[in-house]
Write a protein that binds this ligand. Sequence first.
Ligand SMILES: Nc1ncnc2c1ncn2[C@@H]1O[C@H](COP(=O)(O)OP(=O)(O)O)[C@@H](O)[C@H]1O
Ligand SMILES: [Mg+2]
Length: 251
Amino acid sequence: MIEIKDVYLHYNNLDMNAYLEALQNISLTIARGERCVIIGPSGCGKSSLLYLLAGLFKPTRGKITINGQQVTGPREEVALILQDHGLFPWKTVLENAELGLMIRNIPRVERRRKVLGILDSLGIKEHAGKYPAQISGGQRQRVAITRALAQEPEILLMDEPFSALDALTREQLQNLLLNLWKERLLTLVLVTHNIEEAVFLGDRIIILSPQPGKILKIIANKGSGLVSYRQSREFYDQCSYIRSVLEGETL
Ligand SMILES: Nc1ncnc2c1ncn2[C@@H]1O[C@H](COP(=O)(O)OP(=O)(O)O)[C@@H](O)[C@H]1O
Ligand SMILES: [Mg+2]
C-alpha cells in the first residue's frame, strides 16, 4: 500500500550555506492493515519521514508511492496527527475537530453530524463546546484523533501521539487506537521514541539510527496489539532487545 524506495531527505540550511542529511537510503513497504511503528532517537528523522508520507515534503532522492501513485502532495486517504495535536487554542473542541472537513468544503450539517458521532464514540462529546485549555491532555489527543478520523482515512500517520501523557492515560489511548484500527481497517504508521509503546502497538517495528536516519533493523513483533501482551515475558524480552539495538548504536 505504501512503498518507500531509496529515499533521502536533505534540509538546506541556507544561512549556513550547508545542508543537513535527515534521512538516508530508506526503503520500506507497508502493507494494508499493518501497524508499522518507527522508533529512533530524537533528531533521527522520524517526523521528517512522516511528513514525506503525508506529502508535506518531497524526498531529495527516491520515491514514495501510496496505492500505486507517487506522492506529490497531501492525499485524501492519508491523515496525519501532529506531535503536539495541532489544535488551535482559540477554537472549540467541535471547531477543531471539524477543521479537516471544513477545508474540504463539506456542508456544515454533515460536518457536525459526522464529527459529533466520532466525539461521542471517543467519549468526549460533552466537551464539544470547550476550548483545548479546558480539557485534559488525553482529551486533547482524542480531539486530534476525531479530526483525523472525520476524514475517513485509509492510512493514519501519528507523530509521537501519546508522549506527553501520563502512563495510565497513554495506555488507555493505546487501547483505544487498537480498537479504532480494528473497527476502521486502518493502516497505521506511528512514530515514537518510547520502546514499550513500539512493542505494544507495532506488528512491525522499524528502528532508525541517529541522524542521518537509516534503517538499522526491522523487527516482526508477534503478539503485539493484545492487552495481555503487556504483562508477558515476551513483551519484556522484546523491549530489552530493542533497547540493546538502540543503545548499541548510540553509545
Ligand atoms: N525544517 C528543517 N530545516 C532544517 N533542518 C531540519 C528541519 N526539520 C528538521 N530538521 C533537522 O532534521 C533532523 C531530523 O529532524 P526530525 O525529523 O524532526 O527528527 P525526529 O522527529 O526524529 O526528532 C534533525 O537534525 C533536525 O534538526
Ligand atoms: Mg519528531
